[in-house]
Design a binder for this molecule. Structure first.
Ligand code: PHE
Length: 343
């Protein structure tokens, strides 16, 4: 049968074909798999094949198609390997580096450094501490009792096989670290990463950054704190910035407040970030609870102080019009290279 012979001929042709360039590969593809390939017309010969051999003919044709496809993928693999080998060979390690490739700082670092500068100007000193903490510094010293919901396994990442070691849930643990090793006056800020076992979404993540502030001295008042935070907000968000303090609760401060900064709702980003209210919640604060001072061996009869914890991510998102917090943790270079190092 002539039609069968054609199949046989093409089959051995395919098997014997050798390809050693991208152009030859493309020629192979056009010949056997392209829209005008040479296998297609043989299908039309089905009508000339006697009925009792039609099935056999169909199978042989389909097999031919498959052989062509398999051969093509195998050849493609070889060609792309050859090309990447050639590329590697052509890299000249003695050439001077490309001067355009300077990199850029992460938006979280940009905002964090800006905040650090603002507080350093008025005498706060940076303290950096561990991210793996113990229960005592993260919770107990901070007047957070054993049965407090914040201790719950659902919120806190505990280390494997440990009931005391955890990933710090806030930078407030640094307060306890500093107060137990240093006598007042204390005036520190503690920037760093914190972890909470939260569902990841566009607005919240299981890791984020805070800057803790702590000021302990004789006669420190709530008014001192408010003025310091107003100064911070004006430096950070512009001289006309308005803030509001809302009463709040933290186990380690009394009284406690949350500070919102007025952003308005003009853009999509500020509308979403402020949940339509125009006020962006940027920090929690309060007068250090006398029990916390006691826990850290500081006499509450002599000293008082204030503390605050600022979230970084939301300010970064507002500043750079970033609508999804997850972008900050994916380290996609296409995203990161949009940020210039200058503020
Ligand atoms: N640690 C608190 C939080 O993570 C913030 C805070 C710090 C509040 C210091 C008061 C004083 O939410």
């Amino acid at each position: 049968m002539e039609a069968f012979n054609k199949i046989e001929t093409i089959l051995s042709e395919i098997e014997a074909s050798e390809v050693n360039s991208a152009e030859m590969l493309e020629a192979f593809r056009i010949k056997y798999l392209g829209t005008k390939n040479m296998i297609k017309p043989i299908f039309a010969e089905m009508k000339n094949v006697p009925n009792d051999r039609k099935k056999e003919f169909g199978l042989a044709l389909n097999n031919l198609k498959k052989v062509a496809e398999d051969k093509y993928s195998a050849l493609k693999e070889i060609i792309s390997q050859q090309e990447s080998d050639r590329e590697k060979e052509s890299i000249d390690l003695t050439l001077p580096p490309d001067s355009d490739f300077t990199g850029s700082r992460h938006p979280v670092s940009l905002v964090m450094n800006h905040m650090i500068n603002i507080f350093e100007k008025i005498g706060f000193v940076v303290e950096e501490e561990r991210e793996i903490e113990d229960d005592w510094h993260n919770f107990t010293a901070m007047n957070t009792p054993d049965d407090h919901p914040a201790r719950d396994m659902q919120d806190t990442f505990y280390l494997k096989n440990s009931v005391t070691n955890l990933l710090r849930t806030h930078t407030s643990s640094v307060q306890a670290r500093v107060m137990t090793r240093q006598e007042p006056p204390i005036r520190i800020i503690a920037p760093g990463r914190v972890y909470r076992n939260e569902t990841i979404s566009a607005r919240s993540h299981c890791q984020f950054h805070q800057i803790e502030g702590l000021y302990i001295d004789k006669d420190v008042s709530f008014a001192d704190m408010k003025q310091t935070l107003l100064y911070f907000a004006k430096e950070m968000y512009g001289p006309k910035t308005e803030i509001r303090l809302r009463p709040s609760y933290f186990p380690f401060t009394e009284p406690s407040a949350e500070v919102d900064v007025w952003m308005g709702t003009d853009t999509d980003i500020t509308y979403k970030l402020t949940k339509g209210t125009g006020w962006l919640e940027v920090l929690g604060c309060g007068m250090v609870d006398p029990k916390v001072l006691e826990n850290c061996n500081i006499d509450p009869e002599v000293y008082s102080g204030y503390a605050f914890g600022i979230g970084i991510e939301r300010s970064a998102m507002q500043k750079y019009d970033i609508s999804d917090i997850r972008l900050l943790f994916e380290n996609d270079v296409r995203f990161l290279k949009q940020f210039s190092s200058a503020l």
